[in-house]
Design a protein around this ligand. Structure first.
Ligand code: FES
Ligand code: FES
Length: 162
C-alpha cells in the first residue's frame, strides 16, 4: 500500500504544498486537498471530460492523471482562468446562448474550449465539435454549446479588430 507523501503542485500560478498517496489522481488532490472544486468528478474513469484541466496548456483529464506525475508541470483549473479574456468571452457566450442547464459539464467544456480558442482564434464548427468530442453533456445537447464557442470566437476576433 502506498504511503502519504509531500507533494508540490504549481496550480494557477502558485506553488501548492500538500500531501498525496502514490496513487492519488490530480483530480483527487485538486478537489479534496486544495478544495478547487470547479473540475468535476463525473465518471472518474476518463470518459466524460467533466474533470478537464490544463496541464502545460493542454487539456487533460484530471481523473486519469497521477498527481505525483504533475509536479513540475503548469496546472490551470477553471478557477484560475476566469480573468483571462478568452474565458470571459466564453462565459458570456455560454450565458447568451443558454449553453448549459445543470452546469455539471460546463467547467470541463469551458476549459476544453479555452484550449481550442487559445490555439485557434477562428475555429470552424467541425474544429469546435472535435475539440469538445471528449466532453459529455447529459442535458443541454451540444448544439448550443458549439454555438456558444463559435460566438465567443467571433466576439474575440471582433475585439481584436476594434
Ligand atoms: S471525471 Fe474524468 S473523464 Fe469523467
Ligand atoms: S448542462 Fe447538465 S450535463 Fe451539461
Amino acid at each position: 500500500m502506498s504511503e502519504i507523501a509531500p507533494i508540490v503542485l504549481n496550480v494557477n500560478g502558485a506553488a501548492r504544498h500538500t500531501t498525496a498517496l502514490g496513487g492519488d489522481t490530480l483530480l483527487t488532490v485538486i478537489r479534496d486537498q486544495l478544495l478547487l472544486t470547479g473540475a468535476k468528478r463525473g465518471c472518474n474513469q476518463g470518459v466524460c471530460g467533466a474533470c478537464t484541466v490544463l496541464v502545460d496548456g493542454r487539456p487533460v483529464r484530471a481523473c486519469l492523471s497521477l498527481a505525483g506525475d504533475c509536479q513540475d508541470r503548469r496546472i490551470e483549473t477553471i478557477e484560475g482562468l476566469g480573468d483571462r479574456p478568452v474565458m470571459r468571452a466564453l462565459q458570456q457566450a455560454f450565458v447568451a446562448a443558454a449553453a448549459f442547464q445543470c452546469g455539471f459539464c460546463t467547467p470541463g467544456m469551458l476549459v476544453a474550449a479555452f484550449a481550442l480558442l487559445a490555439d485557434s482564434r477562428l475555429p470552424s464548427e467541425a474544429d469546435v465539435r472535435r475539440a469538445l468530442s471528449g466532453n459529455l453533456c447529459r442535458c443541454t445537447g451540444y448544439k448550443k454549446i458549439v454555438e456558444a464557442v463559435l460566438r465567443a470566437a467571433h466576439a474575440l476576433a471582433d475585439e481584436a479588430v476594434a
